[in-house]
Design a binder for this molecule. Structure first.
Ligand code: KG4
Length: 302
């Protein structure tokens, strides 16, 4: 993890992230093989996130994976990062099979995806501006409660009164910039008036506003596509309020809910490996000209 390094700046510094990837990637690959008790000869393929993400870090991964696949003489399998997040659900729930609707919420992405098959997805909706995780992180930074801020905010919210602070909800598509600005204004106003902020209640009100933004839209999308199964994915899917609201909404509407276990919500290699298995079966391969991309539609074929 590079979190300690980025904490000093209160957010990911792209240049530092890329350099740290260069420093860590070879040793990490060696350590992963050791821990898995695998020799290089036992590796059948090399999977890599080729998009979307901070381009410097993505390129480090893509170039390392190309070299590794070439050196080992095995296939290279490009994986869309958010498809990987979705696949974290297959690891947690081996009985889960597409089609299903997935709410994908992380630090950089907020998407509703119709997962029609393991490698066939349709993007139904996305945030107009900030991602849900980014909104958590910015507000937490101003409160000075830690980085990345989603987890600390979630813990702080336990026992708080979620109706105490009034925060706005967007009316149309997903949007988090209005909520972020309103939350920051509320904090600054309280500071200026020297009024103490009831932190647990603020965190609870904020988490509820994010959940209100996400959950009804996901339910509506599932209804429109006729999906009976709903999954969640990404770092923000670890949020206890969002998980509880999804559970409640699915109980009411009789839909089956799938949530990845907490350790698989945030970025991890297992989810990329899992999605790579399905991409491999679907015949998807990268060649030596594979490039990395900062943005890529989840329905794109590399
Ligand atoms: O999926 P992820 O590890 O990285 C990206 O691909 O972006 O997600 C990281 C995001 C951060 O914004 C972090 O604050 C948020 O997930 N997060 C949470 C929680 N745990 C992590 N947000 C809300 N509640 C949580 N419990």
């Amino acid at each position: 993890s590079q979190i300690e390094m980025h904490t000093i700046y209160g957010g990911v510094v792209p240049e530092i992230a890329s350099r740290k990837h260069v420093e860590a990637v070879s040793g990490l690959a060696r350590e992963v093989l050791e821990r898995a008790g695998l020799s290089r000869e036992e590796v059948d393929g090399v999977a890599v996130t080729y998009a979307p993400g901070l381009i410097g870090a993505v390129l480090v991964g893509v170039n390392f994976a190309k070299s590794a696949a070439y050196g080992l003489g095995v296939p290279l399998i490009p994986v869309h990062h958010v498809r990987g997040h979705i696949a974290a659900n297959y690891i947690t729930h081996p009985d889960l099979e597409p089609p299903f609707l997935c709410l994908c919420v992380s630090g950089g992405n907020t998407l509703i995806v119709d997962v029609q098959d393991y490698t066939q997805m349709e993007l139904l909706g996305a945030t107009r501006d900030d991602a849900a995780g980014e909104c958590f992180d910015k507000v937490a930074r101003v409160l000075g409660i830690g980085y990345p801020g989603g987890g600390p905010m979630d813990r702080l919210a336990q026992g708080g009164d979620e109706k105490k602070y009034q925060l706005p909800r967007a009316k149309l598509d997903f949007s988090f910039s209005g909520l972020k600005t309103a939350a920051l204004n509320l904090i600054h106003n309280a500071e200026q008036k020297k009024e103490p902020l009831d932190l647990p209640s603020f965190a609870a009100s904020f988490s509820r506003a994010v959940a209100d933004e996400l959950v009804p839209r996901a339910m509506e999308a599932a209804e429109q596509c006729g999906r009976t199964k709903i999954a969640a994915a990404g770092g923000v899917a670890a949020n206890s309020k969002i998980r509880a609201e999804l559970e409640r909404a699915c109980q009411i509407s009789g839909k089956q809910l799938y949530l990845p276990k907490l350790s698989l919500c945030g970025d991890n290699g297992a989810m990329i490996g899992c999605q790579a298995y399905y991409e491999y079966l679907a015949g998807r391969r990268g060649d030596w000209s594979l490039n990395g991309y900062a943005n890529r539609d989840i329905s794109a074929d590399v």
